[in-house]
Design a protein around this ligand. Structure first.
Ligand code: ADP
Ligand code: MG
Length: 313
């Protein structure tokens, strides 16, 4: 009994330096559609919501970005529409972009918002169309209304954060004519982390992290630099849905985001484990020189628990 209680106290004490270090810091979390889709979908969502609320209650500023690929495919098949992919990207005709909007802003987004708000009135759902948050242009004529991000206007997010809300962002963007585009949620999460000058960018996905060999779960890469990531994309080690995550991690750590993480969204409370304990789970991406500590950091930064706590070997 006492040992168990001591263990609990030790866990809380272990969290203290992390709570201090991350107070007031923005953390962008991308919640994958696959992480949402599993059989225990409801539980996964509830656990995720607890983590985000806890982060917020100890003074961090979580921002949630979500996808919804499996949910979009599901509604399309129920409507008798065949999903079609070119180079891993969904071909999005006018009807499909309507379906994407319905699923992301009408189904996935309010479910995340509701799960978080079980714990208090924290979450506000927005899409990239709101207040011009995500400006987009077509990526490739063959893909229809699949967009690339041209600009992020984070004003609405800054406002929500200042009012202590947790923004939950559906990744639809619009062009200057008001045409909606379906935009890859990984790419949006990275662009938003950059625009917000976030401390961390975190991808929750359906594998333990980045694998050296895609079929071998034991080949988890615990820490990787932006350059190493680029090489792994070039040599085909990184494929499919991992590519936009890796590309966004490279960009983000090169543009002021301190750390990026690829974590297993199937692990209960994986966010808490990564952020508030010494465990260091999944893959951590650092800048090319092995650090992205911005200049002018107070001396002693390198001795903070951050070194051992974020997956350092
Ligand atoms: P999400 O919904 O999280 O975006 P994705 O399916 O788009 O999920 O991306 C994650 C997938 O990327 C993994 O399930 C895996 O199949 C694939 N993948 C490709 N290359 C790698 C790699 N080197 N390491 C880990 N996963 C990889
Ligand atoms: Mg994906």
């Amino acid at each position: 009994m006492i040992a168990a209680a001591e263990q609990k106290a030790a866990t809380l004490v272990e969290a203290l330096p992390y709570i201090r270090r991350f107070a007031g810091k923005t953390v962008v979390v991308k919640y994958g559609g696959n992480a949402l889709a599993g059989t225990s979908e409801h539980d996964a969502l509830a656990l995720f919501a607890e983590d985000v609320v806890l982060m917020r209650l100890v003074g961090m500023r979580p921002v949630v970005v979500h996808g919804g690929g499996p949910q979009i495919s599901d509604l399309m098949s129920r409507l008798g529409k065949q999903a079609e992919f070119v180079d891993g990207l969904r071909v999005t005709d006018a009807e499909t972009v309507d379906i994407v909007r319905m699923v992301l802003k009408g189904h996935v987004n309010p479910r995340l918002v509701a799960a978080i708000n079980v714990h208090g009135n924290f979450a506000v759902g927005v899409s990239g169309v709101d207040a011009g948050l995500i400006r987009a242009r077509p990526r490739d004529a063959r893909l229809g209304f699949v967009g690339d991000v041209t600009e992020i206007d984070p004003a609405v997010i800054h406002g929500l954060i200042a009012d202590e809300f947790i923004p939950v962002i559906a990744t639809i963007g619009s062009d200057e004519h008001g045409q909606a585009f379906n935009i890859n949620a990984d790419t949006v999460a990275g662009a938003i982390a950059e625009a917000l000058d976030a401390e961390k960018l975190v991808y929750l996905t359906d594998v333990e992290g980045l694998r050296r060999r895609v079929d071998d779960p034991a080949s988890l890469v615990r820490q990787v630099t932006a350059d190493e990531l680029a090489a792994m994309i070039a040599d085909g080690t990184i494929a499919g849905g991992m590519i936009p995550k890796a590309e966004s991690c490279i960009r983000a750590v090169g543009h002021g985001v301190h750390r990026a993480h690829i974590l297993d969204g199937r692990i209960a409370h994986v966010l808490l484990l990564e952020i508030f304990t010494d465990a260091g789970v999944g893959t951590m991406v650092v800048g090319t020189d092995g650090t992205t500590d911005p200049p002018g950091e107070p001396a002693g930064r390198t001795t903070t628990p951050d070194q051992g706590g974020e997956g350092a070997p």
